[in-house]
Structure formats: C-alpha cells, structure tokens
Write a protein of this length. Structure first.
Length: 365
C-alpha cells in the first residue's frame, strides 16, 4: 500500500512512519506542516528510503491537499495531525479548533473528492483511519471515589463522549465529523482512541519528557494538585503496531480503543522516573527531592483507563512493553539524545508552564 500519514513528523506520527518503513513493504507520504511539535529529525533513520516522501502541507489548505492526493494517489489515509497538549489548549484554544476541527473537515473533503473518482476496486480498498484520544470520553471514577471491593469502570468503544478541555472537545468534534462522513457520504472510515502515549521523540511539554529533562538540569519537577490523577500509559511503538493493524485489518465503520494496560498515578510516574535516574545518572541528592506541588490544571480529569479487549480479540494486538520496561527505554533514549531535545525546544518552548491563566476557579462552582 501507499499510505498518506498526516502529522508524520510528530511524536506518534513519526513512530508510525518509522514502524511502517522498517517493518513492511508499504510506502509512506508524510504530510506535516512542521509546527513547533513536528520535527524531521525524528525521521532521520528512514528519510532516505525510496518508499518515503515528505510534503510540507497544512491540512487546512485544501488546494495543497488536492495536489498531494492527485500526485501520490494513496491507498489509505492515517490522520494523526493534531494539536494535542491540554495545557496549551487552555491558554490558546483557537489553534485547536482550527487544526483539529477545520483541518479534519478539510482533509475529509479532500479525501472524499479523491476517493469518489477511484475505480470500483480501489474505491473498495481505500481506508480513512482517524487517530483520536481517550480524553474524548471525559474521566472515570477514581479509586478513592468508590467502595474498596467495587470494580472500576473502563472506557469502552461505546462510552458516551464527555470531553473536559478545549483539546478533548476539539478531538471529539473531529471524531464525530469522521463518522458523519461515513454515514452521509459513504467514505470508508475507521476511528481509534488511544490512552496516554510515551516513548522516544516526545516533545518536552508532556509529563514524562518534561520530568526527565527538568530532573537532569536540577529544576523543579511540578506535580499538578496532589498528583493522584491516573492515566493508562501506552508505549508509542506498541501504539504504532496497533495503528498499522487497524488500517490494514480493521473493519470499516468500527471504533477500536487502544490502551497500554498500565494505570499509574502521575506522582508514581514521576517517582519512578526519579528512581531510574538515580540508578543511571546518580548525584548527591535523590532526584525525588526536586518534586514540587503546584496548582492543578482547570478541569483536570482524574482517571483514564481503556478496555482494549476488542483490539485483542478482533485484531490480535496487545502491548509488548510493560510500564517498567517502556519507561526505562524512554529515560535511556532521552539521556542518549539530549541534542535532539535542545533542537526541538530552541525558539519555541523552554518547558514553561501553560494553561494557568484561564481565570476560572473551581471553588466558585
């Protein structure tokens, strides 16, 4: 196949591109406008492959998208291009509306125009795979909110949407658009919703790379609230394998939840990173001494957890990495690639906190 990947220079997108080029005979067309979180240095290992090509195009630009579809004639689309940082969406929601909603609409229309002109065989083979997040579901009961012996619920593919942030609301909107284009126009779409990803090449605004780099520089390690928010952590290379499974074997019209089976409190994640650094880069004081507690994020979801049994039963996928093995690999990668970290931050972001100027106080509700 020839697969058009949007956002292929981003964190998850670059993992997908690297996986497909390294492990299949398929070709990739990487469409990315190279915002602050998109970096071609994440693709150095495959950039010279004859099966890889790059187009610097914004998904809101219909003229350029039409050109890309006409020139490259893809057999499938994997749509990962998105603004994705919750804190950033609180400080500046407009970019999230533009990219995640308007951009997805524009891409759907370009894909539909291209698909409608294919011959019957290629039309039947075509797939539009939209990659989304578990945050569209809102949050789940926290263990301290239920009886000790009660089963904790998890996100299912049928869980109603209740997004909490501008980011998750914009992703929920894009999910609805994708499903509407199937129902109304017949465009063959599939949706996946994933849990929190982590691993190599992650932009340092997100929790795990932020903590690693701050720890190494002796800076504070900020914990929102009490740090008891729970996330299900998914190693990005496991996610890339899952996404390829879906685009090649998934059923049109289906939704697949992809989780890492690793529920951890944020404080536990930070403490584990500190312990790994204590072993790999020891210093006089434990890294955990740098942990500080800061004002919580407005509207912060307390718990996410994904039931990915559908992926396992129908597509034969399950994660390979445990949280311990994946996190150790991640920390080691950052230690070995500090130059990459410096390059992606230069001129755009210096790990300052975002999303604290909303003017909203939960005490008033």
């Amino acid at each position: 196949m020839k697969i058009l990947v949007t956002g292929g220079a981003g964190f998850i997108g670059s993992a997908v591109v690297r996986h497909i080029i390294a492990n299949t005979t398929d070709s990739i067309v990487n469409v990315d406008c190279l915002t602050y979180a998109g970096n071609l240095e994440s693709l150095v290992s495959i950039e010279n492959s004859k099966r890889y090509s790059f187009e610097q195009v914004n998904i809101c630009d219909r003229v350029e998208l039409d050109r890309v579809f006409s020139l490259h004639k893809p057999d499938a689309v994997m749509h990962l291009a998105a603004e994705s940082h919750v804190d950033r969406s609180i400080s500046g929601p407009a970019a999230f509306i533009e990219t995640n909603i308007v951009g997805t609409y524009t891409l759907l229309e370009a894909a539909r125009a291209y698909w409608s002109k294919l011959d019957s065989q290629n039309k039947q083979m075509f797939r539009f795979h939209h990659i989304s997040t578990d945050e569209v579901y809102g949050d789940l009961p926290h263990p301290d909110e239920v009886e000790a012996d009660a089963d904790l619920p998890m996100f299912m593919e049928t869980t109603p949407y209740m997004p909490s942030s501008p980011y998750s609301a914009s992703k929920a909107s894009s999910d609805h658009l994708v499903r509407a284009w199937l129902r109304t126009y017949g465009l063959p779409t599939i949706v996946t919703n994933c849990s929190n990803n982590y691993g190599p090449y992650h932009f340092p605004e997100k929790l795990i790379p932020l903590v690693i780099l701050n720890a190494l520089e002796g800076k504070e390690l900020p914990i929102y609230g009490q740090g008891d928010q729970i996330r299900d952590w998914l190693f990005v290379e496991d996610h890339a394998r899952a996404l390829y499974k879906v685009v090649t074997e998934g059923k049109i019209g289906e939704t697949y939840n992809i989780g890492g089976h690793n529920e951890k409190q944020n404080l536990e994640v930070v403490q584990t990173i500190c312990s790994i650094l204590d072993a790999l880069v020891p210093k006089d004081e434990p890294y955990a001494e740098q942990i500080t507690y800061v004002q919580d994020r407005p509207g912060h979801d307390r718990r996410y957890a994904i039931d990915s049994s559908k992926m396992q039963k129908e597509l034969g996928w399950s994660p390979v990495e445990t949280f311990d093995t994946g996190l150790r690999k991640t920390v080691q990668w950052y230690l070995n690639n500090l130059k990459w970290c410096q390059n992606v931050q230069d001129g755009s972001y210096q790990r300052e906190r975002l999303g604290v100027d909303s003017g909203y106080s939960q005490e008033n509700t």
